[in-house]
Design a protein around this ligand. Structure first.
Ligand SMILES: [Zn+2]
Length: 113
């Protein structure tokens, strides 16, 4: 399960950051997930609930912010939304390999006290 290993990493990083910031408890973790990252938010939520037991994150909520997939055309410099199957510029109809966003997967904020 891909999502479980992602969450295990998230929990590890959040715990380290929480200790650095002298938190005793983490109440909320916010993740940014790109549309093209291939990660299922439902699976992340499920994995999160099982991975935070008996950790500093126990009882914390997981917030998932989706990031739209955007590419920039190398010819006309237009930015446009893309998906897995369609990365064509709407103006030039050229395949675009310059992805601006959509593959992100990172911890955005941590709340605790
Ligand atoms: Zn173009």
């Amino acid at each position: 399960m891909h999502e479980v290993s992602i969450i295990q990493n998230v929990v590890k990083i959040v715990t380290e950051k929480a200790i650095e910031n002298k938190f005793t408890k983490v109440s909320k973790v916010s993740l940014k997930i790109g549309e093209l990252s291939g990660v299922m938010p439902e699976s992340l939520n499920f994995a999160f609930k099982s991975c935070i037991m008996e950790s500093m994150l126990e009882g914390a909520t997981l917030e998932i912010e989706k990031v739209k997939a955007i590419a920039e055309c190398l010819d006309c410099k237009k930015e446009f939304p893309i998906d897995h199957f369609n990365k064509l510029c709407p103006i030039c109809n050229q395949f675009c390999s310059s992805i601006v966003s959509g593959y992100e997967l990172y911890i955005n904020t941590i709340e605790g006290d």
